[in-house]
Design a protein around this ligand. Sequence first.
Ligand SMILES: C[S@@+](CC[C@H](N)C(=O)[O-])C[C@H]1O[C@@H](n2cnc3c(N)ncnc32)[C@H](O)[C@@H]1O
Length: 622
Amino acid sequence: MNKLQGESLNITKQNINRLKELFPEVITEGDKIDFEQLKTVLGQVLEDQHERYQFTWSGKKQAILGAQKPSKGTLRPLIDRSKNFHQTENLYIEGDNLEVLKLLQKSYNGKIKVIYIDPPYNTGKDFVYKDNFANGVQNYLELTGQVDAEGNQLSTNTESNGRFHTDWLNMMYPRLKLARNLLTDDGVIFISIDDSEQEKLKMICNEIFGEQNFLAQVIWERAYSPVNLKKNFSESHDFILVYGKNIHGLESNGLKRTQAANDRYSNPDNDPRGLWKSSDLSVGPAIEKNIYEITTPSGRKVMPPSGYSWRLNKEKFEEYVNDNRIWFGPDGNNVPSIKRFLSEVKDTITPMTIWKYQDVGHSQSASQSLKKLFHDKAYFTYPKPVELVKRVIELYSNPDSIILDFFSGSATTAHATMQLNAEDGGNRKFILVQLPEKLDENSEAFKDGFETICDIGEERIRRAGEKIKEDLDETKLNVLDTGFKVFQLDSSNIREWDVDFDSLEDRLDLFETPFIESRTQLDIVYEIMLKQGLELTDSIDCFLVKGMTVYDIGNGTLFICLEDKINVNIANAIIEKWNHYGRETSSVVLSDAGFAGNDTEKLNCIELLKGAGYPEENILTI
Ligand SMILES: C[S@@+](CC[C@H](N)C(=O)[O-])C[C@H]1O[C@@H](n2cnc3c(N)ncnc32)[C@H](O)[C@@H]1O
């Protein structure tokens, strides 16, 4: 029986496999790369200049390697903190997003349609998480005060820090790299930022997502009046960088036409085709054959302005006149224009790159509406407006897409996803990740019982969900998913996966069971699901075999038994269930300690499962 591997997806190995697919000739024995051969294959395009075009900083290499180092952690379900745990398909994950992104690599690879993130802007006032790639989970537990450590604190990244930009880049780079793997081929990432790091962010995004996949640098008008105390400029906008995973064939859903846009249409000549709007007949630059004289019904002779020509050639113009598609004004004396009928325009508008506060809200309106949810108390500073994030999601998601935000703050992305689903009947799901950053003890939120930002985020989703449902028509009430499953980043449930390999044998001898005592079977089941690449929302059912529990994940995709006295009855029951589902492939994970050293029983189980059609690699122990 094969042992289940304890670490999250090994990205280096995945990269080697990709290279192998492209250039099998460069892989030598033991999956090593023959660089000389690779150089030959790549021929002329190889960059061998010492001084070359690149953007680098101290620690970049470490950050790239750090992103590839598998996580030793796990995600533990917190049912009491969740809402509708057993029904919902939304996720709220408490933890450092680097470790969490690593843990999600296998289960959510290529499955996320839209990522929106609003990372710390590095203004000198916000804290920037300091990674320790050697042991990410331990570092996280220490930084968040969950285990004792000396001298480590979540502290602000100030400009006097000699590594101000470096620290921020080292934090962002590995996270963006991992995030890219999660996007679907037609997935899109939106990243909020301001002038503090905009140009550096764009450079690393060009590198990670590819310059050719840059879609836009949106300007969001976040303030509507100047701060007159400022001596030079009062900044009134943020940026949102937008990249596609692969823009080939990518198309936005467009924006729904607003009433204001439709109100610009009228019908002064009672045209039976309905409302229309006039648009210029002249266009630049001038095209010789489209410069001709037009006589208006009143007899006036008009030419296009200098440097311009008419949009239509003479023949087409005549056709338009005969079809009553040219407007010469109420008296027939105006310069002609083209009638564009509302019934003939697309029902969506292509988004422009300046997003005005009138359309998507501003910082103050976002703070106000969040305050309203919390009885007029300001628990979180600078949330983004729901309308802004809703637009982001609307532009590129499908009705059943998964939306990810791994710097989720007050959980605006969850609010926007639920709101949009309520409006258009969609079933989008969200995954939010947030560090359980401790709140200031003097803050209003802390005094009201909130200890971390996660407490605020989770409560916001509860309140926003209820609020959205208040305004919803009865038929949709049961369909809208306002629940969320909470998970918490922690060290592995399995000793062997959590220790350094040097001391492994000695330490394991000390324990009878491989599982950490305080952990539940459900904790272990979710850890196995992540390792096997199943989604955290896949169904978990269980059935009893002579008092022993067998977990049935994803309707027979995976069976798990973690009991003490595993025997052939378990194998037979699993086979029966598998046959019942009639599914082509299935895997089985059994607790090794459950055989209590009875090798014959173990062998019999394997033989039974193999005989029923389970391939050997799908029968695993833990
Ligand atoms: C600018 S706020 C996001 C605000 C959010 N868009 C909203 O509307 O409320 C950035 C958030 O990222 C969180 N954060 C910073 N580093 C993190 C990390 N390593 N893992 C997870 N969350 C992190 C911070 O605690 C903060 O709440």
